[in-house]
Design a binder for this molecule. Structure first.
Ligand code: TPP
Length: 512
């Protein structure tokens, strides 16, 4: 068995059975080894940023890592923007980067690059395989590290470690359970929740779904606290029958206003709420200056278990959950408005849908409108690096093939990683992508006015992306995805229903 074969067998033994990939010559032994590993699902991506975003979406939905295969420093560099987002999402992910064989690195070759230096800022674990014999062990360590730390584990695979003989698959050790937060912190949090003051429980990454959300909901029911999620959350399980979690708004004034209602904040493995960007006149810290802030649980601790312990201390485990009532509007009709588009999504969203939201300014009404829609999941950009929407949708769909995926995509952001459409078509993923074609970087125009800048023609000109106009129908069709442009709300609602029932990728362009 060569090193590449042992790598694939170790991945599979460790439960990593999907690889989003864009290989080159240095990874060709990994590619060849796929023939001996039929259980590994290899998903080709035509740009590395699609692979890294897809691996993020996969992990958010499955709670376990997939792998990505990249070509030396340049392939890794192309993946970095979405690895930045994945790092912020705190998802487990195995990044395999091919490298030149050891003896070849002595030469100045075109693709020679410092892969470790490029990977380091985003890798919770990083190693270069020393030999074929060690690749299995390296891979098992990578999987264990990614799982234990919810982080990106990067394994650099030199070509001679891939082709060399003596590879051995290695069983992945089960990570030791993480400790809970200190008892004192849990007691302090319980005291705040009992003192009757208006309190927000801010839930960090991974705490707004599954058992953690239920524990948080019970704590809220017992104490009257409100559940909040950072603007850049990983995944919220929401809709009718689920405890409501309010998102902290992007716009500083709105966030300050929302948070001004609370005099205490319990941050459960969540960073203090701060604005996305600095502003000459506005505060960076969004919480009221006099508010009490308690940090409960941190990275390296079991934050979900800590919420369960807090619910126990409060005697909240038998509380009746307060959940969002079922409530969906009639299908709207008439000319396109942003409120109408949100109502159409709310009226048609199927149960168990996964919504990926990179709609930027066009979808600001979407979450409010769908609060009472049938139960669904909502995923957003966690790191502010745009171009994640369609890749995330690919990963979520590969992770949950039975569930319809709705990808709400702003046109400017969509152009970063539109190659994801090709992967959707190739894998026949049931994803309905809605493109909001405002043909502008609208949010940046908003930033100009929020800074009281009166822009001239040249400044505004670089924020318009209408010359030439993007033809999303042609772009989608060119990559094998059925597409239509709609011009009324009833057409939009019909297109959504058709898309959800088609079980195939499709795209709807909304001209704004
Ligand atoms: C990788 C990356 N490059 C650039 C930016 C800066 N940026 C933020 S929003 C934006 C434009 C968004 O336009 P679009 O996606 O069309 O949404 P709209 O604002 O029109 O709703 C840009 C370029 C970014 N966040 N990430």
């Amino acid at each position: 068995m060569n090193g590449a074969e042992s790598l694939l067998q170790t991945l599979l033994a460790g439960g990593v059975d999907t690889c989003f990939m864009n290989p080159g010559t240095s990874e060709i032994h990994f590619v060849a080894a796929l023939d001996s590993a039929p259980r590994m699902r290899a998903v080709p991506c035509l740009f590395e940023g699609v692979a890294s975003g897809a691996a993020d979406g996969y992990a958010r939905m499955r709670g376990k890592p997939s792998s990505i295969l990249l070509h030396l420093g340049p392939g890794l560099s192309n993946a970095l923007a979405n690895l930045h987002n994945a790092c912020r999402a705190r998802v487990p992910l195995i990044t395999i980067v091919g490298d030149h064989a050891g003896f070849h690195r002595d030469y100045e070759t075109p693709l020679a690059s410092d892969i470790s230096a490029l990977a380091k800022p985003y890798s919770g674990w990083l190693r270069s395989a020393a030999s074929a014999e060690n690749v299995g062990l390296d891979c098992a360590d990578a999987i264990a590290a990614a799982r234990a730390g919810n982080c990106i584990a990067t394994l650099i695979l030199p070509a001679d470690a891939a082709w060399g003989k003596g590879g051995k698959p290695v069983r992945v050790s089960i990570p030791a359970p993480l400790p809970l937060a200190d008892n004192k912190q849990i007691e302090d949090a319980a005291a705040l929740l009992r003192n009757g003051l208006p309190t927000a429980l801010v839930l960090g990454q991974g705490l707004t779904s599954g058992a953690a959300l239920v524990h948080a909901g019970k704590i809220a029911a017992r104490s009257g606290a409100q559940l909040l999620a950072p603007f850049a959350f990983t995944r919220i399980e929401r809709g009718a029958g689920r405890p409501p979690v309010a998102r902290i708004p992007y716009v500083t004034g709105q966030a300050v206003n929302q948070l001004s209602k609370f005099s205490q904040f319990i941050l459960v493995d969540a960073p203090p709420p701060v604005s996305f960007f600095a502003h000459p006149q506005r505060p960076s810290v969004l919480t009221p200056p006099e508010a009490r802030i308690l940090a409960l649980a941190k990275r390296g601790q079991d934050s979900a278990g800590t919420l369960a312990a807090l619910a126990d201390v409060l005697g909240a485990q038998n509380e009746h959950l307060q959940t969002s009532p079922a409530n969906r509007p009639e299908c709207p009709h008439g000319p396109i408005t942003l409120e109408g588009l949100a109502a159409a999504v709310a009226a048609t969203l199927p149960e168990q849908a996964i919504v990926v939201d990179e709609s930027i300014t066009s979808g600001r009404n979407m979450m409010a409108a769908t609060a009472g829609a049938p139960p669904h999941d909502w995923l957003v950009n966690t790191g502010g690096s745009i171009g994640i929407g369609m890749p995330l949708a690919v990963g979520a769909s590969v992770a949950c093939p039975e569930r319809p995926v709705l990808c709400l995509e702003a046109d400017g952001s969509g152009m970063y990683t539109l190659q994801a459409l090709w992967t959707m078509a190739r894998e026949n993923l049931p994803i309905t992508t809605v493109i909001f074609s405002n043909r502008a970087y609208a949010i940046l125009k908003g930033e100009l006015s929020s800074l009281d800048i009166n822009p001239g023609r040249r400044a505004l000109d670089v924020l318009d992306i209408d010359r030439p106009a993007l033809d999303w129908i042609a772009l989608a069709k060119g990559m094998g995805v059925c597409a239509q442009r709609i011009s009324t709300l009833e057409e939009f609602a019909r297109a959504l229903c058709d898309g959800f029932s088609s079980r195939a990728p499709n795209l709807v362009e909304v001209l704004l």
